[in-house]
Design a protein around this ligand. Structure first.
Ligand code: PRX
Length: 631
């Protein structure tokens, strides 16, 4: 980094050892090359992977914003994640080390993982699933969620993973929207010493999901569940069938064929199904993981997210396996039975690279330094953060207490939609606590005002991305208009992120937060519209408005304002009842922290709720410009 201009402010420079170890030593040179030669850069990355048939064109932008990558190529992401390793020493390398909350341990070599994925893929094919069919996966953090995703992708089925923390309505809506033919689930999972009953939720949701023909259930907790004859099957029985042998041909896919959909909350209405494809996504997650977390054969990688979120899709399942890395996965809560569970696991399993979210750091910080200090964390060499801005205080604690001041922190900014890291350092980049530094190779981020004009450095504005990238979402599944409208219509030619940010004079980006009606609660993304519709589905509530209020650990919490239907009284029990109602419908993440009853909601003359005014009132701030308020 010697040639680069020295950045200003509080800087953490990488040590000589980090620089020597890093795969990529000269960040500036590669950034310059990729910026001038976007297609060449990505072609080179893609050429490090296996393709059944090479591409005719790297980037096809003839029908913007419906960009296509590696067109004409044939590939399957699973071929790169599993098949190709069977011909190398990696066949005998550990792909996955898994620990349950109850301390059960399971390990899979690349050989064993490939074998079980093949077995299950054979089952799926025998059950009539084929290329393009949708499968909903609703599972705890156990190896079978990885196996299920890979088995779907292997036969060309489109997986739609729904996070196991979501409840009936969210699950039902997502199954129905995707018209899934199958649901893969488990009886339950262990979390905080208790059983999370997933199968029960599936049974409830399926009362209103006629598209589903079959349910496959993994036995994890072994508690009593109902099995519907002719619909529900046990995973462990299926993979013992003769049809479930360990050899299965991987489906040959076009580069642009769908790999998965993943629902995420947006500004309006129902969550949208973000669509990712085999070819470009594969290259994007591979390349970002390689440069940013720099994994190699001596590493043990732990991405502590859930496979049910994009972080898990890209950096637990696909990225690490494509790289041939050894991943670690833990089922349960970081504080169970004590707040040192994660630190004990890092020590015991020799984790070298650890990736988590600011909310988890802040949560564990509260228990003090003694818990991590009880453990030898010296195996760690790199740390990572994702999901929301990391406040400098949490950054420094993470750096000092967990990383022993020697591990650079890769603060990676990205989204479900981007599929891969977009603003991120690599290990050799000087860091500023709280900044994700600069865009990834080939990308150009910009801060613009309402009219789309770049704002001066240091000023807040809307974060946009100017260049296409291979792991970009291709569309909103079954709703191309929404794709165009949501991401590409505000500033033609630029991708709208929905975030506000600043850039400093060193070109470092500082994310401030969402500017749309999306709330991030403990890093999870929920739309105000979803929470509000859960509230009004309660008989007592006529109208509801929710806002996100800053919270020390969770980042934000939900405050709800409800207008009661006539005939209903604001009893002292009603707030709790409504909180529980939302949790039952959406899952515990959506549970409001506070419910307040009001006679009237602030609205514009056209009837839009002015959440900004509610927020200002809740925080005791000035209500700002309220000239558009109804009265
Ligand atoms: O607001 C940004 C925030 O998370 C949003 C994307 O959420 P989701 O699609 O759930 O994906 C999260 C995991 C990739 C972004 O619009 N965000 C994500 N990472 C960061 C972040 N904010 C600040 N710093 C980050 N590193």
């Amino acid at each position: 980094m010697a040639k680069a201009k020295q950045p200003e402010g509080e800087i953490y420079y990488p040590s000589q050892q980090i620089i020597e170890q890093a795969r990529l030593k000269d960040w500036d040179a590669l950034a310059k090359f990729a910026s001038k030669n976007l297609e060449e850069f990505w072609a080179k990355e893609a050429s490090e992977l296996d393709w059944y048939k090479p591409w005719d064109k790297v980037l096809d932008d003839s029908n913007k914003p419906f960009y296509k990558w590696f067109t004409g190529a044939q590939v399957n992401i699973v071929h790169n994640a599993l098949d190709r390793h069977q011909q190398t020493y990696r066949k005998n390398k550990l792909a996955l080390v898994w620990v349950g909350e109850d301390n059960s341990v399971r390990t899979y070599s690349y050989y064993a993982l490939n074998r079980e994925v093949s077995q299950f893929a054979n089952v799926l094919r025998a059950m009539g699933l084929k290329k393009g069919d949708r499968v909903t996966i609703y599972m705890p953090r156990i190896p079978e969620i990885v196996i299920a995703m890979l088995a779907c992708a292997k036969i060309g089925a489109i997986h739609s993973v729904v996070y196991g923390g979501f409840s009936v309505d969210s699950l039902q809506g997502r199954i129905d929207d995707s018209q899934s033919r199958m649901v893969i689930t488990a009886d339950g999972g262990f979390m905080n010493g208790k059983i999370v009953e997933l199968k029960k939720t599936v049974d409830e949701a399926l009362k209103r999901c006629p598209s589903v023909e079959t349910v496959v259930m993994v036995q994890r907790t072994k508690h009593q569940v109902r099995m519907e004859p002719g619909r529900d099957y046990y995973y462990h029985e299926l993979i013992k069938l003769p049809i479930a042998n360990g050899k299965c041909a991987t489906e040959i896919m076009d580069s642009e064929d769908p790999l998965y959909i993943l629902y995420t909350s947006g500004t309006t209405g129902k969550p949208k199904a973000i669509l990712h494809t085999h070819g470009g996504y594969m290259v994007g997650v591979y390349s970002t993981l390689k440069y940013v977390f720099d994994l190699n054969d001596t590493d043990r990688w732990w991405c502590a997210a859930d496979p049910g979120w994009v972080t898990g899709h890209s950096y637990i399942v696909y990225g690490p396996l494509i790289m041939g890395a050894t991943s670690f996965m833990y089922e349960g809560a970081p504080t169970y039975p004590y707040p040192d569970r994660w630190w004990a696991l890092i020590e015991k399993y020799g984790i070298t690279v650890f990736y988590t979210a600011p909310t988890a750091i802040r949560g564990l910080m509260r228990f003090g330094e003694l818990w991590p200090r009880k453990h030898d964390l010296s195996s760690l060499r790199l740390l990572g953060s994702v999901g929301e801005p990391i406040n400098p205080e949490a950054w420094k604690w993470y750096h000092r207490v967990i990383g022993n001041e020697k591990c650079p922190i890769m603060d990676t900014w990205w989204q479900t939609e981007t599929g891969m890291f977009m603003i991120t350092p690599t290990p050799v980049v000087p860091l500023k606590p709280g900044s994700g530094t600069r865009p990834f190779f080939g990308q150009e981020a910009e801060i613009v005002d309402e009219a789309g004009k770049p704002v001066p450095d240091g000023e807040e504005g809307y974060l946009v991305l100017n260049r296409p990238w291979p792991a970009m979402l291709r569309t909103v599944y079954n709703d191309p208009e929404r794709y165009v409208q949501q991401y590409w219509s505000k500033y033609p030619g630029k991708y709208t992120t929905g975030d506000s940010a600043k850039r400093d004079k060193d070109g470092y980006f500082w994310i401030i937060g969402r500017v749309d009606d999306v709330i991030k609660i403990s890093g999870y993304r929920l739309g105000t519209a979803e929470i509000e519709s859960a509230l009004v589905s309660h008989p007592a509530v006529a109208e509801a408005a929710v806002i996100g209020i800053p919270h020390e650990v969770k980042g934000s919490v939900i405050y709800a304002y409800c207008l009661l239907r006539s005939g209903y009284q604001a009893t002292p029990e009603l707030p709790d009842e409504l909180k529980q109602h939302v949790a039952t419908h959406l899952g515990p993440i959506g549970k409001p922290e506070q419910v307040t009853f009001v006679d009237k909601l602030p609205k514009t003359r056209s009837g839009k709720i002015m959440r900004r005014v509610l927020k200002a009132r809740a925080l005791g701030l000035s209500e700002g410009d309220i000239s558009t308020l109804e009265e």
